[in-house]
Design a protein around this ligand. Structure first.
Ligand code: RFL
Ligand code: PHB
Length: 394
């Protein structure tokens, strides 16, 4: 087998890259370790920036978004028992975000790929990448007991944090920056109406909480929990009781509970690998960086990596110019570090840390108080939350 680009990983990064390349006439094959159902069962992101919506439109997968997406022009910060609205639209000259689940984005991309008759090898075992220090790299994998080889011009490592691509780079060629937070997020998905029409980010002495949603009838809630907690310690009733304890009286009254349809604990991490290009191998999305989910930036960063990578690969394959691929890493990393900073800062402000003590809580509350009462402070939060423009700082 031969193609222009082998894309390792059929998460949102890999599928979106495949679609953008297809639209431009560049051949690509996707190789994924899991089944399509497994990929769709991972409940993750929920908030899309305008920049991401623009890339989805370019890929031609924005048909369901106007009907099923929920535009949000603000969110609430809850601290000291009171809620304060951050008016995203008013503070950013009209910008907003769209609540639309990662599952739906992935489904739209999978359907588009299938409709176009493009090749995806699901359930590929022992995926390995070869010779990416040369201009004749290849990818091998085992499918149904048979070893397959794909020769290509470029490899796109879109295989997430635990993937094989970053791990295949020689240690001396890559630098990794990492911070692991001393807590996780326990998430619950339930077919209940959301407690509020907008998201509520909660700083409480009992720990962080987030009230999010997927639709008018489906809610997504998160609680900060110790990393040592297990799911069996959190039957639904315990989850709802603890969430109520972290909410304000009005939200507590409005909260509709019900059986969870998904429950999981995710660790929180800040991570960046530099650079993101190694010869003919390019990393994109969670394969290259992780943000704690507090700022809702992970999927959005993945979408902009993919936008930059698709432009660069199209230029290389069609126009035979390497200018784009030479700038790929630097261009992405500038944007990534800004989102890493915002996500780390917002996480630090909203969560309870084991060693913060009473003074730490008071200082967080004082900072939140400043942010919601200062227009400059609120605008800083808003402009980062809606996402900085693609060419910011260039
Ligand atoms: P993914 O989604 O991890 O997909 C990688 C794919 O690669 C496959 N794979 C392999 N395939 C072949 N061979 C191998 N050796 C392979 N190893 C792995 C995997 O099976 C998988 O299918 O990475 P991708 O595509 O880069 O997408 C990144 C996003 O998933 C991630 O950034 C977001 O989910 C982060 N995130 C959020 N981002 C936002 O923008 N807004 C949010 O509101 C938001 N909320 C969240 C989040 C992530 C969360 N968790 C669970 C970490 C909330 C949570 C709780
Ligand atoms: C979600 O709905 O899953 C979600 C929303 C906002 C975040 C993180 C996760 O900051």
């Amino acid at each position: 087998m031969r193609t222009n680009v082998v894309i390792v990983g059929a998460g949102p990064s890999g599928l979106l890259l495949g679609q953008l390349l297809f639209k431009a006439g560049v051949d690509a094959i996707v190789v994924e370790r899991q089944t399509p159902d497994y990929v769709l069962s991972r409940i993750r992101a929920g908030v899309l920036e305008q920049v991401t919506l623009d890339v989805l439109a370019q890929a031609g997968v924005d048909k369901r978004l106007p009907r099923d997406g929920l535009p949000h022009t603000g969110f609430d910060l809850l601290f000291k028992g009171e809620r304060h609205r951050i008016d995203l639209k008013g503070l950013t000259g009209g910008k907003k975000v769209m609540v639309y689940g990662q599952t739906e984005v992935t489904r739209d991309l999978m359907e588009a790929r299938e409709a176009a008759g493009l090749t995806t090898h699901y359930e590929a075992q022992s995926v390995q990448i070869h010779d990416f220090d040369s201009d004749h790299p290849s990818v091998t994998f085992i499918k149904d007991g048979v070893t397959q080889t794909i020769q290509c011009d470029f490899i796109a490592g879109c295989d997430g944090f635990h993937g094989v691509c970053r791990a295949s780079v020689p240690r001396q060629s890559i630098q990794e920056f990492e911070k692991v937070y001393p807590f996780g997020w326990l998430g619950v998905l339930a077919d209940t109406p959301p407690v509020h029409e907008e998201l509520i980010y909660v700083n409480s002495p009992r720990g962080f909480a987030l009230c999010s949603q997927r639709s008018r009838t489906r809610s997504r809630y998160y609680l900060q929990v110790p990393l040592t907690d297990h799911l069996d310690q959190w039957p639904d009733e315990a989850f709802w009781d603890e969430l109520r304890n972290r909410l304000d009286p009005e939200a507590r009254d409005h909260l509709v509970t019900g059986p969870s349809i998904e429950k999981s604990i995710a660790p929180l991490r800040s991570f960046v690998a530099e650079p993101m290009r190694f010869g003919t191998l390019f990393l994109a999305g969670d394969a290259a960086h992780i943000v704690p989910p507090t700022g809702a930036k992970g999927l959005n960063l993945a979408a902009t990596d993919v936008k930059f990578l698709s432009d660069a690969l199209i230029e290389a394959c069609i126009e035979k110019s390497h200018a784009g691929i030479d700038h790929y890493s630097k261009r992405c990393l500038a944007r990534i570090w800004r989102a890493e900073r915002f996500s780390w800062w917002f996480t630090s402000l909203m969560h309870r840390f084991p060693d913060q003590g009473e003074i730490g809580q008071k200082l967080q509350e004082a900072e939140l108080d400043y942010l919601v009462h200062s227009e400059a402070g609120s605008r800083t939060v808003a402009e980062n939350y809606v996402g900085l423009p693609l060419n910011f700082g260039e």
